[in-house]
Design a protein around this ligand. Structure first.
Ligand code: ADP
Length: 161
């Protein structure tokens, strides 16, 4: 059985992420979305909120589930019999960092490969940070994130309509 992990912060999940999730779910038997418990970043949504939102938005994709993890990604992958790490590439600016991560991971875990999916051009500019910035100014983010996330963002920002 082919099992992949799509790791990230997902603070919050966007339609760009969801596009990568759907496409990976067609490539692999099982896709685990690994939500990183990164203590060096201070997220808008708690780890539990991010995992719950992801599980809600992927509830119609049977071979995908979101879980949280901390520590080294490749260790988590090994423990869960995962052989492939999926990452999304939006632009050249993502490339240098992603290449470094992929090569470092391969150094410590030669059995695990990183697979890059290029973004759907429609979402090439989209990031969780942009979404949070827009939402904080009351800009409508309905076309950037799943409906549930847009609602949760409004609650977080104290905008209830
Ligand atoms: P991280 O903090 O690890 O960068 P993110 O949640 O920002 O986590 O992103 C997780 C993954 O999704 C990364 O591989 C990132 O490049 C990818 N990604 C983010 N936004 C998009 C998008 N709009 N289209 C395609 N891939 C994306």
């Amino acid at each position: 059985m082919s099992r992949a992990i799509y790791p990230g912060s997902f603070d919050p999940v966007t339609l760009g992420h969801l596009d990568i999730i759907k496409r990976s779910s067609e490539i692999f038997d099982e896709v685990i979305i690994g939500v990183l418990n990164n203590t060096s970043k201070s997220p808008l949504f708690s780890l539990e909120e991010r995992v719950n939102m992801l599980n809600e938005v992927v509830s119609d994709i049977p071979n995908v589930k979101a879980v949280s993890f901390d520590g080294l990604l490749v260790e988590f992958a090994k423990e869960n019999d995962i052989k492939v790490i999926v990452r999304g590439l939006r632009a050249v600016t993502d490339f240098e960092y992603e290449l470094q991560m992929a090569q470092s991971n391969r150094k410590i875990a030669p059995d695990i490969d990183t697979l890059f999916l290029t973004t759907n051009i429609e979402y090439a500019y989209l990031s969780s940070s942009i979404v949070k910035e827009f939402a904080s100014y009351g800009v409508d983010v309905n076309e950037l994130v799943p409906e549930l996330v847009a609602l949760e963002l409004k609650k977080k920002m104290g905008i209830d309509k």
